[in-house]
Design a protein around this ligand. Structure first.
Ligand code: PMP
Length: 356
């Protein structure tokens, strides 16, 4: 039986997607050829790229004027591409530092110009989202991280800014409906809610590009990839195909509204138990709790950790260990994780309480 997969990323994908993706490895589109042994310029692969781009636009409800790209280098390369493409020579950027990934993004930008950290929650181990901060109007862009994968916090609202608005949505993209048009650039590694590692989704408003006065290396220039529809060089076909299948799965089931409703149910169930069960405590500020990654601790590790870990193992629960910088446990409840997996985890938490 398949394990309950709470892995933080790469993470669970829909079973039907895994099945179709594995079939395409052997025989893609009844061509009697594998998806990964044919030209990326073949008609069938170009159709996959086109469908993936169209699904992103449709699911996010994007207005005209945005390009969708499937790039390589992970979300980490976007930490660099964003300032390269958006920070003017001698310019300035504003960063909201809500965790490890936000900090890494900010550090890359520092190589390009003046960086202001408008809010920073490192004083409490990134367990909350800073509020009431000001974004300077003379910044070239504001960068935030919608979901803090490691520390389990999530931005519930986004500031209105007078500069370009950039968001790293790697760990909650397609999990909840937002007004995506408030952002000028969104990026996300595929390996949470979309597909396998190997491609990064970038959604960018065309009109913001080409205005920095910088000479941008070809591969790092978004305009290169827009002009060639993500086929400037060989794209990671398998990662894009699998992402396309996941986006199709999402659309066929009712889109982001459908999944958001299920994600809310999963998170409310689990946080409800963390708050009710006297053996456990959540680590993130309640109002900022992530609906994708729930971080929690055992109040008395020495008394309960061994039994809890054994029960998790016996119950087929995978990937629940917390990140080393938080400790404890982290239940990642990405889109493809069924409600029944959360129920299975709850049963074990209740059983631990009964035994204690
Ligand atoms: N941003 C966030 C929010 C992440 O969770 C991660 C990876 N877990 C990254 C960026 C880095 O992504 P990648 O490994 O694709 O470079």
């Amino acid at each position: 039986m398949k394990k309950h997969n709470f892995s933080a990323g790469p993470c669970i994908l829909p079973e039907s997607v895994l099945k179709q993706a594995s079939e395409a490895i052997l025989n893609f589109d009844d061509l009697n050829l594998s998806l990964i042994e044919i030209s990326h310029r073949s008609k069938n692969v170009v159709a996959v790229m086109d469908e993936a781009m169209a699904l992103v636009k449709e699911l996010m409800g994007l207005p005209e004027g945005y390009s969708v790209l499937f790039l390589q280098g992970g979300a980490s390369l976007e930490f660099l591409m964003v300032p390269y493409n958006l920070m003017k020579e001698g310019g300035k950027a504003a960063y909201l530092e809500t965790g490890t990934w936000a900090k890494k993004a900010r550090q890359e930008a520092e190589a390009f110009g003046d960086v202001t950290v408008v809010g920073n929650s490192s004083d409490k181990n990134f367990s909350y989202i800073p509020k009431g901060y000001e974004v300077p109007a003379d910044a070239d862009y504001f960068h935030s991280t919608s979901n803090n994968t490691i520390y389990g916090t999530q931005m519930k609202s986004f500031p209105k800014v007078n500069c370009l608005n950039v968001c790293d949505m790697s760990s909650d993209i397609f999990s909840r409906n937002l007004d995506f048009s408030q952002f000028d650039l969104i990026y996300a590694g595929a390996q949470k809610n979309m597909g396998p590692a190997g491609t990064t989704l970038v959604v960018v408003k065309d009109e913001i590009l080409g205005k920095t006065g910088r000479k941008i290396p070809t591969m790092l220039d978004y305009n290169t990839h827009i002009a060639k529809e993500s086929m400037f060089n060989t794209p990671p076909v398998f990662a894009i195909y699998t992402s396309m299948l996941t986006l199709r799965w999402l659309k066929e089931n009712g889109g982001i509204d459908w999944i958001e409703n299920i994600n809310n149910q999963k998170a409310e169930l689990l946080y409800g138990e963390i708050d009710r069960n006297p053996l456990f405590a959540g680590t993130a500020a309640v109002e900022d709790r992530s609906y994708m990654n729930a971080c929690f601790l055992l109040n008395d590790e020495s008394a309960h950790k061994e039994s809890f870990d054994n029960m998790l193992k016996e119950g087929g629960i995978n990937g629940l260990n917390g990140h080393r910088s938080v400790g404890g446990y982290r239940a990642s409840m990405y889109n493809a994780l069924p409600l029944s997996s959360v129920e299975a985890l709850l049963e074990i938490m209740r059983e631990l309480e009964r035994k204690a």
